[in-house]
Design a protein around this ligand. Structure first.
Ligand code: HEC
Ligand code: HEC
Ligand code: HEC
Ligand code: HEC
Ligand code: HEC
Ligand code: HEC
Ligand code: HEC
Ligand code: HEC
Length: 349
C-alpha cells in the first residue's frame, strides 16, 4: 500500500486526494468473526489474544491475585493463558511487591500453581507492548496510565497485528486489501530475544523463552519457516504431525522401537523442554520446547557457551541438544555415559 503511494505520488493532487478513502484502518478482531469463523475460533484458543487482558476479563478466567490486591486495584493481567501471569497496577506499573509494599512473589505459574519473584520491589514500567499488542505505537501511555509505555488499538495479538488494518477488506472482501506475510521473520519479530541471530540467549541452565526463531536458525531446521509446521491460528499443541513427511525412513524405523511402543513421540527427544518461561521441573527440564532439534551424542558436549564483552558475561546455546536434556529429563536415574551408549546411531540400531 505504501509502495503504491510512492509510485503514484507523481501523478498529482487528484490521485493523492483519493488516497485517504483507500487507506484502511483497524477495526478489531471481532469484525472478522462473521466471515472467518474457523480461523477466529482457533485463534481464540491460543495465547495470542490473551497477552493482555483487562482485570474484568481476567477475573472471569479465575486467575488468582498477588498478595493484598483486589480486582479493582489491578488494571490488566499479562498472559495467564499458558505458562504464567503477571499483573499491572492502576498506575500502569507491573506489580513487584504485595499491596502494602512488603516483599512478595507476584508472578503466578499456571503449571503447578506456584508463585515466583518478579523484579522484587522494583518500579517496573510496562514496556512490553511491541511483542504483546496489536498495532503498537511507542508514543503516549495507554489509558493515560503513566507506567504503561506506548499505545495500541487492541489488547493482545489480534487478527490485524498479522494481517494489517482491515476496514477496507470488511467492506469489500478481497485478497488485495488484506496482508498475508508468510516469512519466518514475521513471526520472529516477536518470537525472538535480542534480535534474530542464531544465538539463543540462555541463563540458569536453560535457554530463555520466546526465542523460537533464534533456536530454529541455530539448529538443524534453519531453512524451514514456522508455517512448515504451524497453522498460525492454532495452538502449539495442534502443530502439524508432519515429521514423517520429511523424515520418512526415520519414522518407519522409529515405529518399531520401545519408545514408540511406550507412546513416545519424535518431539519428546528432539523438542525437549530445554527452554524456561515460568518453572523448571528438574535440572534438565524447563517448560518450553526447544526448536534446535539436533541431538549431540558426545557425553562431553556442553549445551552452552559464555561470551565476555565489556566485562559482562552472556550465555548462549549452541546448535544442538546435549544428552542430559534429551534423555535424562525422563531417565533421571541414569547419566550421560549411559545415554551416549544408547543414543549413538539411535535410528540405525
Ligand atoms: C464480509 C465477509 C468478510 C469479513 C468481515 C472479513 N473477511 Fe477476510 N475474506 C473474505 C473473503 C470472501 C475472502 C476471500 C477473498 C478472495 O479470495 O478474493 C477473504 C480473505 C481473507 C484473507 C486471505 C487473503 C489472502 O491473500 O489469501 C485474510 C488473511 C483475511 N480475509 C483476513 C480477514 C481479517 C483479518 C478480517 C477482519 C479484520 C476479515 N478478513 C474480515 C471475507 C471477509
Ligand atoms: C500470528 C499471526 C496471525 C494472526 C494473529 C492471525 N493470522 Fe490469519 N494468517 C496468518 C498467516 C501467516 C497466514 C498464511 C497461512 C499459510 O499460508 O499457511 C494466515 C492466513 C489467514 C487466512 C487465509 C486462510 C488460511 O487459514 O490460511 C485467513 C482467512 C485468515 N488468516 C484470517 C485471520 C483471522 C480472521 C484472524 C483473527 C481471528 C487471523 N487470521 C489471525 C497469520 C495470522
Ligand atoms: C506481535 C507479536 C507476535 C507475533 C507477530 C507472533 N507471535 Fe506467536 N506469540 C506471541 C506471544 C506474546 C505469545 C504468548 C501468548 C500466551 O501464551 O499468552 C505467542 C504464542 C504463540 C504460540 C503458542 C500458542 C498457544 O497458545 O499454544 C504459537 C504456536 C505461536 N505464537 C506461533 C506464531 C507464529 C507461527 C507466528 C507467525 C505467523 C507468530 N506466532 C507471530 C507473540 C507473537
Ligand atoms: C521480543 C518480544 C517480547 C518482549 C519484548 C516481551 N515478550 Fe513476553 N512473550 C513473548 C513471546 C513470543 C511469548 C511466548 C513464547 C515463549 O514464551 O516462548 C511471551 C510470553 C510471555 C508470558 C507468558 C504468557 C502465558 O500466557 O503464559 C508472559 C507473562 C510475558 N511474556 C510477559 C512479558 C513481560 C512482562 C514483558 C516486558 C517486561 C515481556 N513479556 C516482553 C514475546 C515478548
Ligand atoms: C519442524 C517443525 C517446526 C517448525 C519449523 C517450527 N515449529 Fe514451533 N513447534 C513445533 C513442535 C513439534 C512443537 C511442540 C508442540 C507440542 O508441544 O505438542 C512446537 C512448539 C512451539 C511453541 C510452543 C513452545 C512451548 O513448549 O511452549 C511455539 C511458541 C512455537 N512452536 C513457535 C514457533 C515459531 C515462532 C516458529 C518459527 C520461528 C516455529 N515454531 C517453527 C514444530 C515446529
Ligand atoms: C518440511 C520438511 C521437514 C519437516 C516437516 C521436519 N523436518 Fe526435520 N529436517 C528437515 C531438513 C531439511 C533438515 C536438515 C537436513 C538434514 O539433516 O536432513 C532436517 C533435520 C532434522 C534433524 C537433524 C538431523 C541431524 O543433522 O542430526 C532432526 C533431528 C529433525 N530434522 C527432526 C525432525 C522432527 C522431530 C520433525 C517433526 C517435529 C521434523 N524434523 C520435521 C526437514 C523437515
Ligand atoms: C528417544 C529419543 C528419540 C526419539 C523419540 C526420536 N529420536 Fe531422532 N534421534 C535421537 C538421537 C539420540 C539421535 C542422534 C543419533 C546420532 O547422532 O547418532 C537422533 C537423530 C535423528 C535424526 C538425524 C539422522 C539420524 O538418523 O541420525 C533425525 C532426522 C531424527 N532423529 C528424526 C526423528 C524423527 C522423525 C522421530 C520420530 C519419528 C525421532 N527422531 C524420534 C533420539 C530420538
Ligand atoms: C519422554 C520421556 C523419554 C525420553 C525423553 C527418553 N526416554 Fe528412553 N524410555 C522412556 C520410556 C517410557 C521407556 C520404556 C519404559 C522403560 O523401560 O523405562 C524408555 C526406554 C529406554 C531404554 C530401554 C529400552 C530400549 O529401547 O532399549 C533405553 C536404552 C532408553 N530409553 C534410552 C533413551 C535415550 C538414549 C534417550 C535420549 C536420546 C531417551 N531414552 C529419551 C522414556 C523416555
Amino acid at each position: 500500500m505504501y509502495k503504491l503511494f510512492l509510485g503514484i505520488a507523481g501523478f498529482g493532487a487528484a490521485v493523492l486526494l483519493a488516497l485517504p478513502a483507500m487507506a484502511s484502518h483497524y477495526v478489531g478482531s471481532a469484525q472478522c468473526f462473521s466471515c472467518h469463523q474457523e480461523q477466529y475460533n482457533h485463534w481464540q484458543a491460543t495465547g495470542h489474544p490473551y497477552k493482555l487482558r483487562t482485570s474484568a476479563e481476567a477475573m472471569t478466567a479465575k486467575l488468582p491475585l498477588p498478595p493484598g490486591y483486589n480486582w479493582d486495584e489491578v488494571s490488566y493481567v499479562i498472559g495467564g493463558a499458558n505458562k504464567k501471569a503477571r499483573y499491572i497496577d492502576l498506575q500502569g506499573y507491573i506489580i513487584t511487591a504485595a499491596k502494602d509494599g512488603s516483599e512478595a512473589k507476584t508472578q503466578y505459574n499456571l503449571e503447578n500453581g506456584s508463585w515466583s519473584f518478579y523484579h522484587k520491589g522494583e518500579k517496573k514500567p510496562y514496556k512490553c507492548g511491541p511483542c504483546h499488542m496489536t498495532a503498537y505505537n511507542a508514543n503516549g501511555n495507554q489509558d493515560g496510565r503513566p507506567g504503561i509505555v506506548g499505545t495500541w488499538v487492541e489488547d493482545g495479538i489480534g487478527c490485524e497485528e498479522c494481517h494489517g488494518p482491515g476496514s477496507e477488506h470488511i467492506q469489500q472482501p478481497a485478497t488485495a486489501n488484506i496482508a498475508v506475510d508468510r516469512s519466518v521473520e514475521a513471526c520472529g519479530k516477536c518470537h525472538q530475544r535480542g534480535g534474530i541471530a542464531p544465538e539463543p540467549p540462555a541463563s540458569g541452565g536453560f535457554i530463555q523463552h520466546h526465542e523460537q526463531i533464534n533456536e530454529l536458525k541455530a539448529g538443524a531446521h534453519g531453512t524451514l519457516s514456522c508455517l512448515s509446521c504451524h497453522d498460525p491460528h492454532k495452538r502449539a499443541i495442534q502443530v502439524k504431525d508432519n515429521c514423517s513427511i520429511c523424515h520418512a525412513e526415520t519414522a518407519i524405523s522409529f515405529a518399531k522401537t520401545t519408545h514408540a511402543k511406550a507412546g513416545k513421540k519424535c518431539l519428546d527427544c528432539h523438542y525437549a523442554k530445554v527452554s524456561k518461561s515460568a518453572i523448571s521441573l528438574n535440572s534438565y527440564m524447563g517448560d518450553v520446547r526447544t526448536h534446535i532439534v539436533k541431538i549431540n551424542t558426545d557425553p562431553k558436549a556442553e549445551m552452552f557457551y559464555d561470551v565476555e564483552k565489556d566485562g559482562k558475561k552472556s550465555t548462549y546455546a549452541k546448535g544442538f541438544i546435549t544428552l542430559d536434556y534429551a534423555c535424562l529429563g525422563c531417565h533421571g536415574s541414569k547419566d550421560r555415559e549411559w545415554a551416549a551408549k544408547n543414543a549413538k546411531g539411535f535410528h540405525s540400531n
